[in-house]
Design a protein around this ligand. Structure first.
Ligand SMILES: *Cc1c(COP(=O)(O)O)cnc(C)c1O
Length: 363
């Protein structure tokens, strides 16, 4: 008992801190963080330039909440804005889940979830994805116990890019007790082209225990400004506001988000191009022998299994930085010019599998 070390929470000390996607060499394509390759619109840059950064921002982001409320057909009180939607997810988890409580989510899914649950002192219940890298919603519903305070559904799922369908979600919600908070994390909603996919705008009015999360980081290209939001019941949003760190959504972020909503058609044209490029990449991957889950985000998932570390190195040797995550690599859809290199690297990765006994993830 003579340790000189400060006493920290053991469950926090055992966490490996969040690692950012690799930064790329000058001439490499950084396809490791699902960022938007397009520069900001001039209107967005102008809006940022108008900020009075010697003053604190408007704390409640009222104008932005009003505008988001209009988009979803809800009141501004039913909207919570945070410094990235990750911040809002953190607020909701700590508002709902205490030490000893449980939060259920799919695994593999977004790397931040285990950290946010541990920070709240709560216990993660990770429900394995199906063999085709999709949420196993019946198993997730079955994992709910008396101690469950929240369930996170990620559609499209990061990193596998697969969606939950509307019907699957409806069947799932019918099984979830009304006192359990459901977080539908739709960070990539704008890239979804599958008409059967669940959509926050449609389901938000149907379930009193549902919160939908969206971000300006991906489709709107504002990752560096940190702004995202939740839409849900007013009392739940109030609880998120109660635990939020005050004034963390800056004025440039609020202004840029508003300008982005004002210029949404132009931004959504870019999103459509990225989704088309994703589908082109998917066809290219199929041509060289990859059978991957149908991607609906701005990224694709290659189930490289035991070859994951080597696969990431191969991509890097072609000037493509990817994210290696346990049993696969996630590759963002970015610059058009990256596609040829991406497919050449993926073809070399295929040969790893063909020389190995295991051909999982491949036809
Ligand atoms: C990127 C991402 C977010 C949100 O990121 P912020 O930049 O914090 O808004 C949320 N969920 C998932 C699954 C993501 O991939």
């Amino acid at each position: 008992m003579t340790s000189d070390r400060v006493r920290l929470r053991p469950e926090i000390e055992s966490i490996v801190p969040y690692r950012q996607g690799r930064t790329a060499a000058e001439d490499a394509f950084k396809l490791s963080s699902n960022e938007n390759p397009y520069p900001p619109l001039p209107a967005v840059l102008n809006a940022i330039a108008l900020s009075s950064v010697n003053r604190y921002p408007e704390a409640s982001a009222a104008a932005l909440r009003y505008r988001i409320g209009e988009k979803f057909g809800v009141s501004p009180e039913q909207v919570q804005v945070g410094a990235g939607s990750v911040s809002v997810i953190a607020q909701l988890i700590s508002a709902a889940s205490a030490p000893g409580d449980e939060v259920v989510y799919a695994w593999r899914s977004f790397e931040a979830y285990p950290l946010l649950v541990a920070t709240a002192g709560s216990t993660s219940i990770q429900v394995p994805l199906t063999a085709d890298a999709r949420h196993d919603l019946p198993a997730m519903a079955a994992a709910i116990t008396d101690r469950t305070r929240a369930v996170i559904v990620c559609s499209p799922n990061n990193p596998t890019s697969t969606v939950v369908t509307h019907d699957e979600f409806a069947a799932f919600m019918a099984e979830v007790p009304p006192h359990v908070l459901v977080l539908l994390d739709e960070a990539y909603a704008e890239f979804v082209t599958d008409p059967d996919a669940v959509r926050g705008e449609r389901v938000i009015h149907e379930y009193p225990n549902l919160v939908v999360l969206r971000t300006f980081s991906k489709a709107y290209g504002l990752a560096g400004l940190r702004v995202g939001y939740a839409v849900g019941p007013e009392y739940v949003m109030d609880a998120a506001r109660a635990v939020a760190i005050p004034l963390s959504v800056t004025e440039p972020a609020q202004r840029a988000a508003l300008a982005s909503l004002e210029n949404e058609p132009e931004l959504l044209d870019r999103v459509r191009e990225l989704a088309a490029l994703r589908d082109e990449v998917t066809r290219g991957l199929a041509d060289i022998g990859w059978s991957i889950p149908t991607p609906q985000g701005n990224f694709v998932w290659l189930p490289t299994g035991e070859h994951t570390a080597r696969a990431a190195e191969i991509f890097e040797s072609y000037g493509i930085i990817v994210r290696a995550l346990g049993e696969g690599v996630r590759v963002s859809i970015g610059e058009h010019e990256a596609v040829e290199k991406l497919l050449r690297a993926a073809a070399e990765v295929v040969s790893l599998h063909q020389t190995a006994a295991s051909t999982s993830g491949l036809d």
